[in-house]
Design a protein around this ligand. Structure first.
Ligand SMILES: NC(=O)C1=CN([C@@H]2O[C@H](COP(=O)(O)OP(=O)(O)OC[C@H]3O[C@@H](n4cnc5c(N)ncnc54)[C@H](OP(=O)(O)O)[C@@H]3O)[C@@H](O)[C@H]2O)C=CC1
Ligand SMILES: O=C(O)[C@@H]1CCC=N1
Length: 279
């Protein structure tokens, strides 16, 4: 795995679960020595920083059947180019980068290397991830199936055409952030109604956890579960009316559209996509 930050680290944490059957040690690389040092002494992971060893990425992929590129989108094509000649013939390369098309990665790799896009999310850390995968033109059914099996070890997988991968990013890749933002805002609203920060956090967090568990286990869909809480002429109904009047549905349409627009900007993979101060 090339890059083990928020996303690569979450996938790696899921893969490190002893219940996951995978060849070990898992070879990972980072940019900085400090990031690699977090794996010092681990028996199941070997981590090397490119800051310490300029050959780290090439060494890490030698002999690997499956390589995951989990660096920032504006670095992913350079990373692919760097490892190109060190890849085993027949290796499968997975990019989790937002926006960057498989064709841009295929263009810098030797023929015979299959490229698959994956759009996971951070609950992969707990084996509860949601990952969309899409094969590039170079990927046959066996390559796609291999990547599907990999991500199924850290959650659920949906196979989509590559034309839909930006939408997967907008819905489930970024989705945990929307939920965490909801929690932040609800805690703020609870505090403004007079609860201490601790009490507000308890009320909101346990509600989200309990509701998610109900959604997962009750066999009822979200609309029915909402109706179960919303007594006709009751209190919930009044709050739901306010949210509906504020146009929640349309607000989510706009948020997802903005997310997809940013993926489309990243498709260009140009240096202009790189935030100021970023490596
Ligand atoms: N965060 C998320 O929830 C999701 C992210 N993604 C995608 O995952 C990718 C990574 O994002 P994220 O994890 O958030 O980013 P982070 O910045 O958290 O992680 C990037 C990782 O790449 C490493 N790195 C940087 N340059 C190199 C290099 N030349 N060689 C090897 N490793 C390198 C960094 O090392 P160091 O720590 O030393 O700088 C770090 O480990 C992005 O392309 C993003 O689009 C996809 C779905 C969800
Ligand atoms: O914010 C981002 O660009 C990445 C892609 C999906 C989730 N996080």
């Amino acid at each position: 795995m090339i890059g083990v930050g928020s996303m690569g680290g979450a996938i790696l944490a899921g893969l490190r679960d002893p219940g996951v059957a995978i060849a070990r040690p898992i070879a990972v690389t980072t940019h900085s020595a400090a990031s690699a040092a977090q794996f010092a002494g681990a028996a199941d992971v070997t981590a090397v920083a490119v800051a310490d060893d300029a050959e780290a990425n090439r060494r890490a992929v030698a002999g690997a059947g499956l390589v995951i590129l989990a660096v920032k989108p504006w670095l992913v094509v350079d990373a692919a180019r760097e490892i190109a000649e060190a890849l085993d013939p027949g290796a499968v390369v997975v990019s989790v980068a937002a926006g960057v098309p498989s064709a841009a990665i295929e263009a810098v790799l030797p023929g015979g290397i299959a490229v698959v896009r994956a759009m996971p999310n951070t609950p992969a850390h707990l084996g509860r991830g949601m990952t969309g995968i899409a094969g590039g033109a170079s990927a046959d059914a066996a390559a796609l199936a291999l990547v599907q099996r990999l991500f199924e070890t850290v959650g659920q997988v949906l196979v989509v055409p590559e034309s839909q991968i930006n939408d997967v990013a907008a819905v489930s890749g970024s989705g945990p952030a929307y939920l965490f933002y909801y929690v932040e805002e609800m805690i703020g609203a609870a505090e403004r109604r007079g609860f201490t920060p601790e009490a507000a956090r308890q009320l909101v967090q346990q509600t989200v956890l309990g509701a998610a568990e109900l959604l997962d286990t009750s066999g009822e869909d979200a609309a029915q579960l909402r109706r179960n809480v919303t007594s006709p002429k009751g209190t919930t109904e009044q709050a739901i009316f306010v949210l509906q009047d504020a146009g929640w549905g349309e607000l989510f349409d706009r948020a997802l559209a903005a997310n997809v627009r940013r993926s489309e900007e990243l498709e260009g993979n140009s240096p202009a996509c790189r935030p100021a101060g970023s490596p």
